[in-house]
Design a binder for this molecule. Structure first.
Ligand code: HEM
Length: 427
């Protein structure tokens, strides 16, 4: 298998520097998973389900992926924190199981609670439908720049009270910062430099928002009911000890986590549906019938084939035996950089029935789009609404199809989709 050969060559070249081997191996793995995901993961699942060598591990079976993500003390998020610190924004996805983690997540959960979901749904539905309606007479839209980028950007503007200086800047910041924090393990200096600049700009923007909202509140104007306003209320009533800087860092992290992920996940799911004409017809029927649950099932299943990311990263803190008591049990030594292949887990036929089939009757616990365990996506309940509703607005259009030829292909700029032109019968 080419990946294994290239990995051994890399390990030989880096002669025992396990930290470097681990980080570079992730880039190598991602290259192979982008090119032939099923092939590499299927090979590893059957031959080396818990692959460990030279300070690097890849875990590919469903149960093992869940085991690791549900052992946050043994498999930590230590790799994220230095990245966050380098851009001066330590934030709770980089914290392990500490009181600070619990405090920050709890405060943010109170500020963004599930009672908001109906109004989030209605905002997303209206925004997505309006964008598609504006394109209805032309019968074409860029599903990324004209839809999936804009809806989460507008939701963050309205729900959080942080529109950014303008939509393009907000989108650009969040893409750069997501790329640096979670994807730039190889420490590409160009990406880091962009992120340092974007971080300074975004921090200064958020600091200004906080300062001006505080000044307005002091002058007796509570302002809109949004996440910033709620956080400031919690701060002023001593419900949280977070100071302005920590409060800004939490906002920063959640905003960066919200926009590029939602856009990418939705765009890739739509792209997958467009590549499956029979499935597309059924998904469109569900959309036309306003069957939100069924549309969600189509989007979720499409994301299983085209996920937002192939896996998550952890660093092993102690020698740990994965899948203990089974024939595949393997010790992952302390210090090992571990790639937890959620994409592979969702294709594992030991747990997932006929994983190669597109089915909309799978149980929700077979999906790991939003991770698992302590760090499960903070936005998961919003995602379960937002991604399908954006998809539905487009799927409701008659005779939805790609623009013919290569012009209709999804284009990515680095890790993020930037364009997916589609056509439909004009209204
Ligand atoms: C409103 C949108 C979103 C927000 C506010 C958000 C925010 C976050 C935050 C704050 C975390 C860290 C949670 C923690 O450490 O406890 C997280 C984790 C995660 N998010 Fe999201 N996210 C959003 C959308 C998405 C989408 C669309 C996807 C994928 C389709 C996604 C996938 C993930 C995954 C896989 C993790 C776990 C990371 C890990 O375990 O290393 N998120 N998200």
């Amino acid at each position: 298998m080419l990946f294994l050969d290239e990995f051994e060559a890399l390990a030989a070249r880096l002669a025992g520097d396990v930290e470097k081997i681990g980080k570079q191996a992730i880039g190598l793995l991602e290259k192979h998973t982008e090119e032939h995901p099923e092939m590499l993961f299927a090979f590893l699942r059957e031959t080396k389900p818990i692959f460990v060598a030279h300070g690097f591990a890849v875990v590919t079976r469903f149960e093992d992926v869940q085991e690791i993500l549900n052992h946050p003390n043994e498999f930590t998020v230590a790799l994220y924190l230095p990245k966050m610190e380098a851009i001066s924004v330590p934030f709770f996805l980089g914290f392990d199981n500490t009181p600070q983690y619990e405090h920050d997540v709890s405060v943010m959960r109170l500020a963004m609670n599930r009672d908001d979901l109906p109004s989030v749904a209605s905002f997303v539905d209206q925004t997505a439908n309006q964008l598609v309606a504006d394109a209805a007479s032309a019968g074409k839209i860029d599903a990324v720049s004209g839809l999936t980028d804009l809806v989460p950007t507008r939701l963050v503007a309205r729900y959080f009270g942080t529109p950014g200086p303008d939509e393009a800047t907000q989108l650009r910041w969040t893409r750069i910062l997501f790329n640096e924090t979670f994807l730039n393990l190889k420490d590409d200096p160009e990406i880091t430099a962009q992120a340092v600049e974007a971080s300074a700009e975004m921090r200064s923007y958020l600091d200004n928002v906080i300062a001006s909202r505080k000044a307005e509140i002091a002058a007796g104007n509570a302002g809109p009911d949004d996440v910033v306003g709620r956080l400031l209320h919690m701060q002023s009533t001593a419900q949280t000890s977070l100071n302005d800087t920590s409060l800004r860092n939490n906002l920063f992290g959640v905003i960066v986590g919200a926009i590029p992920t939602t856009s990418k996940a939705t765009a890739l799911a739509l792209n997958e549906l467009l590549s499956r004409p029979d499935v597309l017809i059924d998904a469109q029927r569900a959309a036309k019938n306003d069957d939100n649950q069924l549309v969600a099932a189509y989007m979720s299943e499409a994301m299983r084939f085209a996920p937002q990311n192939p896996g998550l990263l952890r660093k092993c803190a102690v020698d740990y035996i994965v899948a203990k008591g089974t024939l595949r049990e393997t010790t992952i030594p302390a210090g090992t950089i571990t790639f937890v292949a959620t994409q592979s887990a969702m294709l594992d036929d030991h747990i997932i029935d006929e994983p190669e089939d597109f089915r909309v009757d799978r149980p929700p616990y077979h999906y790991m789009h939003f991770g698992s365990g302590m760090h499960t996506c903070f936005g998961q309940y919003i995602n379960r609404i937002q991604i399908p509703l954006i998809g539905k607005a487009l799927l409701q259009q008659k005779n939805l199809r790609r623009v013919p030829g290569s012009a209709g292909e999804l284009i990515q700029d680095g890790p993020f989709p930037t364009s997916l032109p589609v056509e439909f019968d004009p209204v």
